[in-house]
Design a protein around this ligand. Sequence first.
Ligand code: ADP
Length: 508
Amino acid sequence: MPKLFKKVLVANRGEIAIRIIRALHELEIEAVAVYSDADRGSSHISLADEAYPLGDPVASESYLNIPKIIEIAKRARVDAIHPGYGFLSENDEFAFACEELGLTFIGPSPEVMRLMGDKVASRETMVKAGVPVVPGTTEAIRSLPQAKKISQKLGYPIVVKASAGGGGKGMRVVSQEKELEKSLAAAGREAKAAFGDETVYIEKYLEGPHHIEIQILGDTQGKVIHLFERECSIQRRHQKVIEESPSPYIDDKLRGKICKVALQAAKAIKYTNAGTFEFLVDKKKNFYFLEMNTRMQVEHPITEMVTGVDIVKLQIKIAEGYPIPFKQKEIVQKGHAIECRIYAEDPLNNFLPSPGKILSYRIPQGPFVRLDSYLYLGCEIPIYYDPLIGKLCVWGASRKEAVHRLSRVLKEFVIQGIRTNLIFHRQVVQMKHFTQGKYDTHFIDEEFKTPKTKPSQPLRNMVLAAAAVDAYKKTKASLAFVQEEFHMSPWLREGRVESLRHFNRGVF
Ligand code: ADP
């Protein structure tokens, strides 16, 4: 019998807390927010029906503090907890703790979370389920001779990875044997510091692969469906920055094959709720399981835009015990969606976080534009957490239309008071390889690298824009002068005097 939720606690912050609160309200469920001292003025609080303080901003004391969150859940008498992504979303102990108290954890079972959270164990499970995995070990590395033997067999370059890994932590690419010892130690150390587990394993490092992931949903009646793929190859330091759906790289035949394998994998582990199977696809279009995320993804909106399925609402309905209300064949990919992750970081200063106060902004609008964000006037972006401040998504009837729309909305978007990576996105979306949809996971590193002799054009454009601001501030030169000076930059060329006024205020 489905159990209808009346009240749900959202154990998260920022844009994703808001996304979940909106879904709850549309389902006429009350939303309970939690917030740290650093988020006292944050907009997820004002949207919720109740809000409880977590105190100390440090994540381990607030959004990662299981006893505190459980205590609040009991006090607020909620029926369930939605963990969002990050923080406690993949913490099986938290899911167990919820279960023990009779609270529903909106996600898969703790057992599946534990299994898939351990990358070594998940690779082994996938091999058993007949899923191709990236060539490498299905056991932990215990010694240097073992690591050497495996790496020689795979052939360099290889990558050492943390079994408990995530966010690129504990990952080291090794191109020659002499670097192996140092990299193993460094990866182990980093993994121990980040996850409290130093276990590492080895994979073949594929040359210029594509990151393709499949969105899965499973209900408690045993039905599993997929919502097709997302192309997530636009990455910086192995972290996604732009995602799109469908992938411009794969054809219907390959799409069908990968989706079928993802369903097979989900059924093998009796997966429930929303999850994502990540794959690497090589130049010969072989695909390999990379890892599974047992939670909602940051980039879920683009799947929602092309399939018309509200993933968060479905997560809640599944957790209540309802079956998935449609058949696989009813799901189609319509049109094309692209997402840019907007970060409070400074692309002109090695992408360092740029916390601070939002002094003013202009939100991009218009048809088929979606902005998931917690921005408001005067909003403080704290230093304590991930610098993601919003996700700008567009939909187009074709990829071409989506790219043009994205280019337009990125020009409209203005944020003042902090530095953001908007300037970086504006550069990326006008690059030939992006507009043509011909890129792989090395695209950003290649296009933005700083060779000793001559920096790449995109990098030059960004540096020029920064210099424009400085020059204008110093000389009080006329806007026309600045425009003239920086005619080199296609971004500025397309811009207007108004944009230059924004530069003058130090805003990108
Ligand atoms: P994390 O969980 O730390 O984010 P992943 O294993 O998901 O790490 O990998 C993140 C990204 O790193 C991938 O999308 C891909 O670009 C790159 N990567 C990871 N493993 C390999 C590999 N074996 N070969 C080539 N690139 C890889």
